[in-house]
Ligand binder design. Structure first.
Ligand SMILES: [Zn+2]
Length: 259
């Protein structure tokens, strides 16, 4: 794990070994902070808590961008009673899949705290579209791409994208959804609208990019979706690992309509 690196004045990012996962921290002026998708192993969560304490930051709230196991982890060192927000649809999906997802977590992150795992507080549906905490405004962009109830955050000019906008992973679609490609395009449309306000993008897995890099990734993701719909996409340069190639083939088989 790399320690927390400042991306902007109010946003810090740590990067973890497992799938190049990222943890994002949004800081407020009074020493409070919001911790987004902390990962991944218990040792890394404890190190994160120690790094925050060394910076005199107090964890006031958490946020889970989506219900996959590596985004709903938590540890007592971060504060057992801290409210951890997510969209209402994310909370429902996380509860439905809790047993299966906790089993997955225990394989790749042995010692995961099962009690705190996926203990999430739903945002009000139809609410103001912000994280309800006392710190700087953090906008919530909810959509259904990649997983049910997925949300990206916009804080201090940083788009915290969850499992999208990655330089390392092709778009991974929610194949259980009624319209996986439509859901993905809808989310990318939402990100396109935010581009003028974004200075940096933080993917859930991958590297921080600037505004030009966000534009490049959005274009690459659109290209991949178009190829996928036509039964192609095998040449995407991000398909470098066995599991990604496997997931890509499953997506192509489920969604591809060769012309
Ligand atoms: Zn995910």
């Amino acid at each position: 794990m790399t320690g927390l690196v400042a991306v902007t004045r109010n946003v810090l990012v740590a990067t973890h070994e497992f799938c190049t996962s990222t943890t994002t921290v949004v800081t407020g002026g009074d020493g409070d902070c919001l911790v987004v998708d902390p990962g991944v192993t218990p040792a890394e969560l404890d190190q994160l808590a120690a790094d925050l304490a060394a910076r005199r930051l107090h964890v006031a709230a958490g946020f889970a961008t989506h219900p996959h196991w590596d985004h709903v982890l938590w540890s007592r060192s971060l504060g057992a009673g801290v409210p951890r927000f997510a969209t209402a649809a994310c909370v429902v999906a996380a509860a439905d899949g809790r047993g299966r997802d906790l089993a997955l977590a225990k394989v790749d992150a042995p010692g995961t705290d099962g009690e705190l795992f996926a203990q999430l507080t739903p945002l009000l549906s139809g609410g103001p579209g912000i994280v309800p905490w006392e710190g700087p405004r953090v906008g919530v962009v909810a959509h259904g791409a990649h997983a049910p109830g997925h949300a990206a955050l916009l804080a201090d000019g940083v788009l915290v994208a969850g499992d999208m906008c990655s330089d390392l992973e092709v778009p991974l679609l929610d194949l259980d959804a009624a319209d996986p490609l439509g859901d993905y395009h809808y989310a990318l449309d939402g990100f396109d609208a935010l581009v003028p306000d974004v200075r940096f993008v933080v993917p859930g897995h991958g590297h921080v990019g600037d505004n030009a890099e966000l534009r490049r990734r959005l274009a690459a993701d659109r290209r991949y979706l178009t190829d996928l719909a036509a039964g192609r996409g095998d040449d995407d340069p991000r398909l470098t690992t066995d599991w990604l190639v496997r997931d890509h083939r499953a997506q192509r088989a489920a969604l591809g309509r060769p012309a």
